[in-house]
Design a protein around this ligand. Structure first.
Ligand code: CU
Length: 497
């Protein structure tokens, strides 16, 4: 049975309301009732071409993460904040009020919008001072699972993030439920603050004695630093997190999607963490990967998939009968993030449970191909530029093309050109590289890989990213590890005459 988009949207809206009520009513404890999932499920926007106005407030809050109450910063009073939703082609106005004790700004990750609304202080958009309101006003060009967060210091590693879903009116739908799943690594209010962690990383780097700028940066790795930080991480990021979250909930009190056996679910997965690459699997089910970063791919059936910071993957699943943990395992171990899908009765597996799919080989960008009509043209790139990712733990500095951001030489492009970024990772950690205001085509030649805006570049590996210069301005190109970005791993892509 195929539905028109309008029928689908209408049906999903009703299903959304019904399941929202169900999830409130089925909570067993006060915590479950008082903090229903912020994102289960979201209601699609009704029509294209509209002007949609939203308010967004960044503020200090106390939030229950499912048994643990933390003081942190959030959009509104939940983590994640209320998702925003529009239809491709809509004009969106967001009145952003900053009630934080410090300046902030909002970046709309994945939306290829006009440069002056991109939310990067000092480059595109003025920062919003405490007590002030700034109204973002832009047309949303591209559909997909996107998100938003501050582009301001380490604020992203607090609770300041949520999904921004953009519907494509031409997309057929064909699923019964939709579920936004936002992954996060958490320390604020439990462990040291993000700013204290960065100060520790810098102090440890300065005092380690191995000194000097190491061009093979990162070869010494983060294992040593993990030891210094007293953490348990092996091959993970630079930070040891006490908790991992799905939709703002700890694994002991997970967000739950109620559904019926045989129903089909679209799961929109966002990795909003600052320092953690996750591998995701759903017990008892394969995941059919349909989109990454909002762009459709030839469907691939995966037992698990690997998702870097800032990346998004959409998957389809036809549900079996029972209770199924959706688990995101961080690189390096140290716990899991998880949610549950409940289609029948049965006990909830313990929070340490790991789906069998995690033992398989995870899907990465290497296994994905752009769907027909999705790929960007990549022939005859008019410019080819190297983007070398490197760094060191002592001193704690991460670099692009050998320099930190304060000394960077921006990449350049001419309007209308196709430009190739030859991204090479010279370090022993993976880095999710994000280009603002554009998407890029991955692969050695046209059309081979997926189209994306953030790509997890493996340790000592490389990718070619071809982009089309169709959105003039000065744009950030950076590692989406918040600590690496703060430690210098950023540059710009500047349009030149
Ligand atoms: Cu990085």
């Amino acid at each position: 049975m195929s539905m028109t988009r309008r029928q689908f949207v209408s049906a999903l809206g009703i299903a959304g309301m019904a399941t929202g009520i169900a999830s409130c009513a089925s909570g067993t404890g006060a915590d479950s009732r008082s903090t229903p999932s912020a994102t289960t499920p979201v209601t699609p926007a009704a029509s294209a071409g509209a002007t949609r106005s939203f308010t967004l407030v960044a503020q200090p809050v106390s939030v229950d993460l499912g048994g643990t109450v933390v003081d942190t910063w959030a959009y509104g009073d939940s983590i994640p904040g209320t998702p925003l939703r529009a239809v491709a082609g809509d004009r969106v106005k967001v009145a952003f009020s900053n009630r934080l004790p410090t300046a902030s700004s909002v970046h709309w990750h994945g939306l290829a919008i006009r440069n002056d609304m991109d939310g990067v202080p000092g480059v595109t958009t003025p920062e919003t001072l405490p007590g002030e309101t700034f109204t973002f006003d832009f047309v949303v060009p591209n559909s997909g699972t996107h998100w938003f967060h501050p582009h301001h210091g380490l604020q992203m590693d607090r609770g300041l993030y949520s999904a921004f879903i953009v519907d494509d009116p031409a997309e057929p739908g064909g699923y019964d439920h939709e579920w936004v799943v936002v992954l996060d690594d958490w320390t604020d209010g439990i462990g040291p603050s993000p700013d204290a962690i960065l100060a520790d990383l810098r102090a440890a780097g300065a005092s380690s004695g191995s000194g000097g700028h190491d061009s093979m940066g990162g070869m010494m790795g983060h294992d040593g630093m993990g030891g210094m930080m007293g953490g348990t991480h092996g091959a993970g990021g630079d930070v040891s997190y006490p908790l991992y979250l799905v939709n703002g909930r700890a694994p002991t009190d997970p967000d739950t999607l109620p559904a019926r056996p045989g129903e089909r679910v679209r799961i929109r997965i966002v990795n909003a963490s600052a320092d953690t690459v996750f591998t995701v699997a759903l017990e008892g089910h394969d995941l059919t990967v349909t989109h990454t970063d909002g762009f459709s791919v030839l469907p691939v059936v995966a037992s698990s998939l690997r998702i870097g910071m800032g990346e998004r993957y959409d998957v389809l699943v036809t549900l079996a009968d029972g209770v199924f943990p959706l688990v995101a395992e961080p690189d390096g171990g140290g716990g899991v993030a998880r949610a549950l899908i409940r289609t029948g009765s049965g006990p909830v597996p313990p929070d340490s449970f790991r789906p069998g799919g995690l033992q398989g080989y995870p899907v990465t960008v290497d296994s994905l191909r752009a769907a027909p009509g999705t790929a960007l043209p990549t022939d005859d790139a008019a410019s080819v530029q190297d983007v070398l990712l490197s760094g060191s733990m002592a001193p704690y500095e991460w670099t692009i093309n050998g320099t930190t951001y304060d000394r960077t030489t921006p990449l350049t492009i001419r309007r209308g050109q196709t430009g190739r970024l030859r991204i090479r990772n010279m370090s022993m950690m993976s880095h999710p590289l994000h280009v603002h205001g554009h998407s890029f085509q991955l692969g050695p030649a046209g059309g081979l890989g997926p189209r994306k805006d953030t790509v997890l570049v493996p340790a000592m590996g490389g990718v070619n990213a071809d982009l089309l210069a169709d959105n003039p301005g000065s744009w950030m190109v950076h590692c989406h590890n918040a600590y690496h970005a703060e430690a210098g791993m950023m540059t710009r892509l500047d349009y030149v005459a």
